[in-house]
Write a protein that binds this ligand. Sequence first.
Ligand code: IPM
Ligand code: MG
Length: 353
Amino acid sequence: MSFNVTLLPGDGIGAEIIASAKSIIEKISDIFNIKINFTQELFGGCSYDKYGTPLTDEVIQLCKNSDAVLLGAVGGYKWDTLEHSKKPEAGLLKLRSELELFTNIRPAKVYDELLDASSLKNEILRGTDFIVLRELTGGIYFGRPRGFDDVSGYNTMIYTKAEVEQIARKAFTIARGRKKKVTNVDKANVLEVSQFWRKIVAEVHKDFQDVELQNMYVDNAAMQIVRDPKQFDVILTGNLFGDILSDISGIITGSLGMLPSASVGDKYSLYEPIHGSAPDIAGQNKANPLATISSVAMMFDITFDRKDISDVIENSIKETLAEGYRTADIFSEGSKLVSTNEMTKQILNNLTI
Ligand code: IPM
Ligand code: MG
């Protein structure tokens, strides 16, 4: 078995968390005798500094030639005032679009060891296990016209039938392998684009009668996620609503530093932690590497079809948390505060078959 993985650390804490994830992959490749070839490239603000663009054509090509892409995070104060197309975030959107990664899977699963890291009550959290399935290459993030002039700013929220069908199909398929419930989240009481979206989802549902379909408005969904998160299995939603709801879901694990994600299309796949580049703690060996390591677990499961390896990584995370190791973002009284490197070392120690 042999795989090519492109590493794009990006900006801020990206370098630290990708270095951590890389060492995990290296140990896995030893244990399981899998050859992994890495290529690492600049992406985001650091790419802009060197090449004048956050995403070069060479990097796009490199990603297309690899089996999977592992991304850190992009952005930072330094690049906030650049014109839209030069911003690190624009590079990320272009990469998602070029690789046609229309499905974004963001799991929100509670770790019993971290129940106290969340501001929600234990009894509300315990047993929570849902995923936000976010449409990633359409909607208001990409719709035209877009722009601003002296008197107004505007964006366009648009979805085609084909786009809704393909993400809805994914949602029902994934729910079939889980608790068989899809909650479609939109704003159909106000937006025509949502009325259309809801209609197409209902049509696709006809092929998945064994899966329950529920519709919910996004404002209510935001409240329900913190009121009773256990009610959800698969939350199907568009690009903008998914961005917001997946951050809210950070409350489940107590920290955005715990949330992994997978972005997949028909040809390519990319894995990244949900949190951003955290410029305030960059380079200080404080960042939580677990969201990235968990993203690596998703990579082994989804792209490399090795659920067994994915489980080994997830078990190591659980064990390390059970031993009391915590980075600052998930620290609570009585646990052991560790750096990025120390956390990585503990995870490596606990990686056993
Ligand atoms: C995310 C991020 C990105 C998004 C930004 C950095 C462009 O917030 O992946 O959730 O809005 O999609
Ligand atoms: Mg976001």
